[in-house]
Design a protein around this ligand. Structure first.
Ligand SMILES: [Mn+2]
Length: 324
């Protein structure tokens, strides 16, 4: 972690100087953005620093086991009325992805310092200090290295938050984000008392029946293009309405399809509202970089897992699903 010592020092100095800090998790929050935010929040508590955790969307209920998750707010107006001199944006390639472009504009009256902590290779370095570590499994792992660097004691609470991020972003240590460094960090966090049983129960074994019914629809529509080797499927607004569920139910489908044998690439088209399609891209092919593809359409992500949104409609062809 030596290569990041300058950023580790800089961030600590900014924190020491700040009076009021805003921690931002990205929209549609996942285990990593929340785990990293709360890990940082517990750290700020131990320094006696006033701070707020913000996410534009409500935190999903199943993260209720994360200590202090109830302190998250989505109240833009409330944030606007307070004076923040430091803003930490976590696990977000850019401010649009974070869902806080407008909020940051509103906060500009007080000219806060912006700290960007992330592991997405498509990160735009939008902060005054950018701690972007592309090889890290998760932003939570980066927070772990930050605390470790400053030799700050890690409590059971912090360990549970950070291990949540590592476990969810590595798909329980199964995807390519799994490295010796992420395993080492996880081992240390377990040593600090991280509640592994709760993490597994609430993040990995907590699927509602209706979500699997939606997966069933997606699986029944799978198509493979024999020429390109690309596998596609689609989920429509109607599916969500019929099952009475939100689009978070699709989380994990693309990763699951990526277990298919001999597939160039998996594309999941999700119609989140009429005329708006979210495309998730996955590959295990060593020569394909889906982040580049996603970026060409205004999205982003990792080499093997990325996505973008587009205004289009779904069409079904003989060899697969497409957009037009
Ligand atoms: Mn992440």
């Amino acid at each position: 972690m030596k290569e990041f010592s300058r950023q580790f020092e800089e961030i600590k100095e900014h924190i020491d100087r700040a009076n009021r800090i805003l921690i931002i998790s990205h929209q549609k929050p996942d285990g990593d953005t929340l785990g990293a935010a709360l890990g940082l929040s517990h750290f700020l508590d131990s320094l006696g620093k006033q701070h707020t955790c913000f996410c534009i969307h409500k935190v999903p209920q199943h993260f209720g086991y994360l200590p202090k998750i109830e302190t998250f707010t989505s109240d833009h107006e409330w944030i606007k009325r307070h004076h923040y001199d430091l803003v930490c944006v976590l696990d977000s390639g850019d401010l649009v992805y974070a869902g806080v472009e407008d909020l940051i504009k509103d906060l500009q009256v007080h000219k806060p310092i912006i700290i960007n902590i992330d592991h997405h290779p498509t990160n735009t370095r939008f902060g005054h200090t950018n701690l972007v570590h592309e090889q890290a499994s998760s932003t939570s792992e980066i927070i772990f290295h930050f605390l470790d660097y400053h030799r700050h004691p890690i409590s059971q609470e912090v360990a549970t938050c950070l291990l949540t991020g590592i476990i969810t972003d590595t798909g329980i240590f199964s995807n390519l984000a799994t490295t010796s460094s992420s395993l080492e960090a996880a081992a240390k966090l377990l040593g600090y008392g991280a509640r592994l049983k709760n993490i597994m129960l609430y993040t990995m074994r907590n699927t509602p029946l209706t979500h699997l019914q939606l997966w069933g629809k997606a699986l029944s529509r799978l198509k493979e293009n024999p020429e390109t080797g690309i596998v596609t499927t689609a989920i429509t607004v109607k599916d969500f309405e019929e099952l009475g569920i939100e689009d978070e139910a699709t989380e994990g489908i693309a990763n699951f399809l990526n277990t298919l044998r001999k597939t160039k690439m998996v594309m999941v088209f999700k119609e989140s509202e009429k005329g708006k399609i979210k495309v998730s891209l996955r590959t295990t092919d060593p020569y394909i970089n889906v982040a580049t593809l996603a970026k060409a359409f205004g999205g982003g992500g990792h080499k093997k897992a990325a996505g973008f949104s587009i205004e289009a409609s779904l069409i079904e062809t003989e060899n697969g699903w497409d957009i037009e």
